[in-house]
Design a protein around this ligand. Structure first.
Ligand code: SF4
Length: 700
């Protein structure tokens, strides 16, 4: 039998590269970039190229359900029937005794849209609580709020094709060279062919993305708002703004102008740690541009003032009218493959499916009527960090964790450990025994992984693609969607009689009818035969929507985009002190993904950076008598980490960097960056302040 090929999508980052997976007669899988896919045109980065190893190596896979009857017992293998019976019995008992808000679901931006949709329907529409949140809270909830406030809805206006049409890029708080490699390749190629294209990078570290930058603004962590406001003031003062656009399509400009009139470029430059000349240069690059794209990621979002940072950056696109036209727009880079799909189906504690608003009574009624379950509670549910606080305090009794590893990824993780210890009942639904969170699971449910199930995902540019099932899941593992609908059936809820992901998708598509993200023109047949589509796709035959707001009609009440005045210009982060004088910022490395449950088992991906390290400025190292390669102890108020030091001039004085991927593999203190991070979150988006914790470093 010849090998068979399947079109699918990479399951790592939000770039969403198309993949051809081939399976030979022996069932062995290989992968290659899909030449026909509009995102990557055949290219894949190191992670995508090695995806087949993750599927092929089953040594770490969870193969059957496991359960324990009480905390002191070992978990034992059970049947799916026993597992569902136990989950339903425990949830029913807890809900009856303590109410629906005593249970919660913590899910993942790696879930497929169908899975995300179902768990939201189950939680909000049938259990009767909004306690469903996702690890996407940790990466882009500040961007969601920013878009909603300025544009009226959480809507990424751009298409990737705008990259080749832009002549000025501002890459802010992002390192796409390592974290969104294929997108970066497109920017790099565009710059190579058009040397006049200007690239501004804003980052406290001189990352690999700076290699193509015309200007690197190496700001002091947390000062982004001051920088963007200073650039905005310069644009206004030099009359390099789009007056027609502002007059006809925006609200609140005069208030912004008034606030910015008090801004001093000299003072701003001092606060940010850059020069006035460089602020002026950035403004000049932007004012000369015909197409201006801003791209940002965790450096803006993961902050105690993440929403403010988003607002301030969005204002630059609105001031210059660079939105809804070719080569222009504010573009939030999503970290996870389906963070966007999750946003569409209301995958967070304060959202409703199809961009309907939890705070709107009519919207809640529409959703409840569509699902035919309970009334939707108007009370926002517990967000990611709130959920674990509530487990620790005992307010939340049971948590169901799907496809995520909070024991490594949440901030102040020693507190998370206490919370999980204190929980009455923990369900972990995952693919791999490598997940540290399993340590606290009372019930473990084996899930199917990438290529072992079908479904859809949406990438950073709103592009929806279908992922094929290539092989059967190992052992008794089931697709996440099937686990959820079977549990809902066991709970006796109507409306979960699905037999395939396709049926779930059909229902979700119908729910979008008449909304701004209408995809009633989409179905699995179209996705399989015609390829990927950018939403909205409101009718059959519609080819999708590359760019939003070309008609300059925004989703706000007035139809205008809104300038939001950032409330905080100063960070509200933890204060550095004499005892903890350095600012710790965390992030990713090129070949690892999240908590390494997948990439950590692929030898080829370990050759790049095999161990965690601390990046430290040479002056800070010298003052502490630390040399390159020495082991150092990094301490914050919350815990410690012990790793090798990489002395460097790529990071500013007073700032240190740790990668976020490593967990407890070699002991609690070895490289688990979140031993150190704070519990502070943005007051609106509730996104953690991963980029700013006070620490001290000493030689071991
Ligand atoms: Fe996968 Fe992202 Fe790499 Fe593309 S850029 S292959 S989506 S990890």
């Amino acid at each position: 039998m010849a090998s068979k090929s399947y079109k699918t999508t990479c399951s790592y980052c939000g770039v969403g590269c198309g993949i051809i997976a081939r399976k030979n007669a022996k069932g062995v899988i290989t992968v290659e970039g899909d030449q026909d896919h509009p995102v990557n045109k055949g290219l894949l980065c190191s992670k995508g190229m090695n995806l087949h190893h993750v599927v092929q190596d089953k040594s770490d896979r969870i193969l059957y359900p496991e359960m324990r009857w009480s905390k002191g017992h070992e978990r034992q293998r059970v049947s799916w029937d026993q597992a569902f019976d136990r989950a339903a019995a425990v949830f029913n008992t807890i809900i009856k005794k303590h109410g629906p808000d005593s249970v919660g679901f913590y899910v993942s931006g790696q879930c497929l849209t169908e899975e995300y949709y179902l768990v939201n329907k189950l939680t909000k529409g049938f259990i009767g609580t909004n306690n469903i949140d996702t690890n996407s809270r940790l990466c882009m909830s500040s961007a969601v709020v920013g878009y909603k406030q300025a544009l009226g809805e959480d809507s990424v206006p751009i298409a990737y094709e705008d990259i080749e049409l832009a002549d000025c890029f501002m890459i802010a708080g992002a390192n796409p060279a390592w974290c969104h490699p294929i997108l970066y390749r497109r920017i790099e190629a565009h710059k190579e062919q058009n040397p006049d294209v200007k690239i501004i990078v804003v980052d406290p570290r001189r990352t690999q993305s700076c290699d193509i930058a015309d200007l690197h603004l190496q700001i002091i962590p947390g000062t982004d708002v001051v920088l963007y406001n200073a650039i905005a003031k310069r644009l206004i003062d030099r009359k390099k703004i789009d007056k027609n656009f502002i007059a006809n399509h925006t609200d609140n400009y005069e208030s912004l102008k008034e606030v910015l009139s008090k801004t001093s470029l000299t003072e701003s430059a001092k606060i940010c740690g850059v020069t006035v000349a460089d602020i002026k240069k950035a403004a000049l690059f932007i004012s000369n541009a015909k197409g201006f794209l801003t791209l940002w990621a965790m450096g803006l979002n993961q902050s105690s003032i993440g929403v403010n940072k988003n607002n301030a950056l969005l204002n630059l696109s609105l001031l210059t009218g660079h939105i809804g036209k070719p080569g222009s727009g504010p573009f939030s880079l999503t970290g996870q493959p389906n963070a966007m799909g999750g946003r569409e189906v209301g995958g967070m504690a304060n959202l409703l499916a199809t961009h309907r608003d939890l705070g709107n009574e009519e919207h809640r009624r529409e959703v409840a009527n569509f699902w035919g379950g309970k009334e939707i509670s108007p009370k926002p549910g517990l967000t990611a960090t709130e959920m674990f606080d509530a487990l620790e305090s005992g307010q939340l009794k049971a948590v169901w964790i799907i496809c995520t590893n909070p024991l490594v990824s949440l901030p102040n993780v020693n507190k998370v450990e206490k919370a999980l210890k204190n929980a009455k009942f923990v369900i972990v639904q995952d693919i791999s025994h490598r997940s540290e969170t399993l340590e606290y699971a009372d019930l473990v449910l084996p899930a199917a992984g990438w290529a072992e199930k079908d479904g859809t995902m949406t990438n950073s540019e709103r592009r929806i693609t279908y992922l094929n099932k290539v092989v059967a899941p190992p052992g008794e593992a089931l697709p996440d969607a099937e686990i959820i609908w079977k549990f809902a059936q066991r709970m006796g809820y109507q409306g979960f009689n699905f037999t395939s992901a396709e049926e779930v998708y059909k229902e979700y598509c119908q729910m979008t009818k008449g909304t701004n993200i209408d995809i009633t023109g989409l179905n699995y047949d179209r996705l399989k035969t015609e390829g990927s589509f950018q939403w909205p796709v409101p009718e059959n035959g519609h080819s999708g929507t590359a760019r939003l707001f070309e008609d300059k009609k925004f989703y706000t009440d007035t139809g205008n985009a809104k300038f939001i005045i950032p409330k905080f210009t100063k960070p509200t982060s933890e204060l550095v002190t004499e005892k903890h004088p350095l600012i710790l910022t965390t992030g990713r490395v090129r070949d690892q993904w999240h908590t390494r449950t997948k990439t950590g088992k692929v030898n080829r991906l370990l050759t790049h950076i095999p161990h965690p390290f601390l990046e430290m400025n040479q002056v800070d190292a010298f003052l502490r008598k630390i040399k390159d390669g020495d082991i150092a102890v990094i301490k914050s108020k919350r815990g410690k980490v012990q790793v090798k030091v990489k002395v460097s001039d790529t990071i500013g004085k007073g700032v240190v960097f740790l990668p976020m991927h490593w967990g407890k593999v070699l002991g609690n203190d070895y490289g688990r960056a979140n031993n150190l991070t704070t519990s502070i979150v943005d007051p609106i988006s509730k996104e953690p302040d991963f980029k700013f914790s006070a620490v001290e470093v000493t030689k071991f």
